[in-house]
Design a protein around this ligand. Structure first.
Ligand SMILES: Nc1ncnc2c1ncn2[C@@H]1O[C@H](COP(=O)(O)OP(=O)(O)O)[C@@H](O)[C@H]1O
Ligand SMILES: [Mg+2]
Length: 368
């Protein structure tokens, strides 16, 4: 990180015949391999900003560098071919097949047929587009499939930079979530430098390494990782834009592995029942976990130990739900409030016991 791929310096755009500038004075950096999501209300200058990066719109003043070179010093056609561009309306050519659409830029670049064919199949696999779709026309696809073709086309010559303007806004919420997950998965492997525009803060939180929150006139209100924006909104505008449930949204971004879990009351099967009873009374939970060589067998309470000499004489009851280090604190919270024991039990694979999370412990991570 810290290796800047796209840099905007005091960029302004004033459209002819308009009173106020679409973008007043925007400075913003995007690191190599990072996804920056521009988010803000309608008309705040997101699309204008994005189009200035590939020179579909020319800035009135200021400088934009991509990979260290001023975009104004580059041939606009070459510049655009070197960046993937995905838009909401997709812009597939209706009289060309899916394969021909995906092959648009490779063909302009003069690739031979065999290489194009290989690349198209490779992209179809990456985007999980069935190969039988390749000979169809865009009108014969679902909205989600068309969007995948749009992404495949943008990735065709493997550009280091991707510009995505509300790419998933036109599909229904379920398909959108699938496309988002799929794109995150692709990005984890390809590590493109991505500028992603949306008006949906939840999409921004999900997709971004850093979010840039814009106000009208392209005013940058905050540029920070999602977790930081949720923890510490820079001002009232950001707080308002982030909306309700800020604390809960933030819990979804923190993994159980990132916080210390409580040890919780534990005994082993060989322990005296008396020791277990004392822990049950003093532990404040009304039960105790039973661990055998670090493996969680379940929990016992006083009633289950009634008349028993050793813990092993009782049959532990299994916890109804577990969380792992990879789960989020939001999932842990859900586990806490739905469990009879009022805690989330943290285990590793193979039921190795790590500890417990209580409501009180998770609440400490919610800053409001
Ligand atoms: N070609 C244009 N001519 C005049 N005004 C424009 C043009 N394109 C955009 N605008 C204006 O610039 C502002 C920013 O627009 P835009 O960048 O499309 O916003 P967003 O993508 O954030 O919704 C808006 O007020 C819009 O009306
Ligand atoms: Mg827009």
């Amino acid at each position: 990180m810290g290796d800047t791929m796209i840099s905007l310096r005091h960029v302004a755009k004033r459209f002819p015949g308009t009173r106020t500038p679409a973008v007043r004075d925007l400075s913003l950096d995007v690191d190599r391999g990072e996804t920056v999501v521009l988010v803000g209300p309608s008309g705040c200058g997101k699309t204008t900003t994005m189009k200035m990066i590939n020179r579909l719109i020319e800035p009135t003043s200021g400088t934009i560098e991509v990979d260290g070179t001023d975009v104004m010093a580059q041939d606009p056609v070459r510049l655009r071919r070197g960046m993937g561009y995905v838009i909401q309306s997709i812009g597939l050519m209706p009289h060309r097949t899916v394969a021909q659409n995906i092959a648009t830029v490779p063909r302009l670049e003069g690739w031979d047929d065999a290489r194009i064919d290989r690349r198209v199949r490779e992209l179809a696999a990456t985007l999980r587009l069935d190969e039988e779709l390749l000979d169809r026309y865009p009108a014969e696809l679902s909205g989600g499939q068309r969007q995948r073709v749009g992404v495949a086309r943008a990735l065709a010559v493997d550009p280091p930079v991707m510009l995505m303007d509300e790419p998933f806004a036109a599909v229904d919420p379920i398909v959108r979530a699938v496309l988002q997950d799929q794109f995150l998965d692709i990005q984890r492997r390809l590590r493109k430098t991505i500028v992603f525009v949306t008006h949906d803060i939840d999409e921004a939180i999900k997709m971004a390494d850093r979010i840039a929150i814009l106000n009208l006139g392209g005013v940058l209100e905050q540029h920070a990782p999602p977790e930081e924006i949720l923890r510490e909104p820079a001002n009232a505008f950001v707080e308002e834009f982030v909306g309700a449930e800020r604390g809960l949204k933030r819990l979804a971004l923190i993994k159980v592995s990132e916080i210390d879990v409580d040890e919780g009351p534990v005994v082993s099967p060989e322990d005296d029942a008396e020791k277990a009873r004392a822990l049950i009374r003093d532990g404040g939970f009304g039960w105790v976990s039973v661990l055998e060589d670090g493996e969680l067998l379940g929990w016992v309470d006083e009633a289950m130990l009634e008349g028993k000499a050793r813990v092993s004489d009782a049959t532990p009851r299994r916890f109804s739900a577990y969380v792992t280090a990879e789960d989020s604190l939001r999932q842990a919270l859900d586990s806490i409030v739905t469990s009879r024991t009022n805690v989330a039990v943290v285990v590793t694979e193979g039921q190795r016991y790590r500890g417990i999370l209580t409501l009180e412990r998770v609440s400490r991570e919610i800053v409001s």
